[in-house]
Design a protein around this ligand. Structure first.
Ligand code: 5RP
Length: 221
C-alpha cells in the first residue's frame, strides 16, 4: 500500500468524527487535503470549517465548504489534522507545513483533536523529525543559541518560508523530547517565539493510524 493510499484510508475514517450539520476544525497538510477531498465527496453536510492555513481555506472553499473566521467561533466539536510525529501519549510534533501556530489556535477551540497519520509517524520519543518553531525574525539567532545551550539542538532557518503570519520557521534537529509538556512550556516563553511545534498541551485524544492492514484507532486519556 502506498503512503497516499494510507492517507486516503485515514482521511476516509475521519469522516466518522464529523457531526452532520456541525462546525469542524480543519488542519493543514497532505493528509488533511485527502480529508477535505473525502469530506466533499461524502456529501456529509457541515455548517462550516475553521481552517488552520490559507492553503486549507482555499481547498475548503473550492469544495464548497464555508470557511469561518476563528474569531467568530467559541467552540468546535472536533479538530482534524495530521502530524509529523505522534508518541504513545498522543503528543505530537507538528509544523512540517509551517502552519503550527494557527493549528494550535484551532486545536484550542476544539473539544477533541483527531489526528490522522500513517504508521510511519508513530514514535516512542518525539524528536527524530526536526522540531518546527515559528519565530519573529529578530529573535531567530537568539532562539537558535538557546536551543543549542539548553537542549543540544541545532536550529536552522527553513529557507524561503514565510508563514501565513509573516514570520519565519526554525527547524531544530538533534532533540530527544522525553518530556514534551515541559519543553513546550519552556520554549513557548522564550522572547520572540510565536509558537513551538510540540503539541502536548493540545495533544490528540484520538489517532487514526493508517497501516497496510487497515486503520487502527488509538485513544489517549
Ligand atoms: C502542517 C502540519 C501537518 O499536519 C504535518 O506536517 C503533516 O503533514 P502531512 O499530512 O503532509 O504529512 O503540521 O503544519
Amino acid at each position: 500500500m502506498t503512503q497516499d493510499e494510507l492517507k486516503a484510508q485515514v482521511a476516509q475514517a475521519a469522516l466518522a468524527y464529523v457531526q452532520p450539520g456541525a462546525l469542524i476544525g480543519v488542519g493543514t497538510g497532505s493528509t488533511v487535503n485527502a480529508f477535505i477531498k473525502a469530506l466533499a465527496a461524502s456529501g456529509v453536510p457541515v455548517a462550516g470549517a475553521v481552517s488552520s492555513s490559507e492553503a486549507s481555506s482555499r481547498l475548503l472553499a473550492a469544495a464548497g465548504i464555508k470557511v469561518l473566521d476563528a474569531a467568530a467561533v467559541t467552540e468546535l466539536p472536533v479538530y482534524i489534522d495530521g502530524a509529523d510525529e505522534i508518541d504513545g501519549q498522543g503528543c505530537m510534533i507538528k509544523g512540517g507545513g509551517a502552519a503550527l501556530t494557527r493549528e494550535k489556535i484551532v486545536a484550542d477551540l476544539a473539544q477533541r483533536f483527531v489526528c490522522i497519520v500513517d504508521a510511519s509517524k508513530q514514535v516512542a520519543v518525539l524528536g527524530r523529525y526536526p522540531l518546527p518553531v515559528e519565530v519573529i525574525p529578530m529573535a531567530a539567532a537568539q532562539v537558535a543559541r538557546r536551543f543549542a545551550a539548553q537542549y543540544g539542538g541545532e536550529a536552522v532557518r527553513r529557507e524561503g518560508v514565510v508563514t501565513d503570519n509573516g514570520q519565519h520557521i526554525l527547524d531544530v534537529r538533534g532533540l530527544a523530547i522525553t518530556d514534551p509538556a515541559a519543553m513546550e512550556a519552556e520554549v513557548n516563553q522564550w522572547p520572540g517565539v510565536v509558537s513551538v511545534g510540540i503539541f502536548a498541551r493540545h495533544r490528540a485524544q484520538v489517532c487514526l493510524l493508517g497501516t497496510p492492514t487497515g486503520v487502527q484507532t488509538l485513544t489517549f486519556a
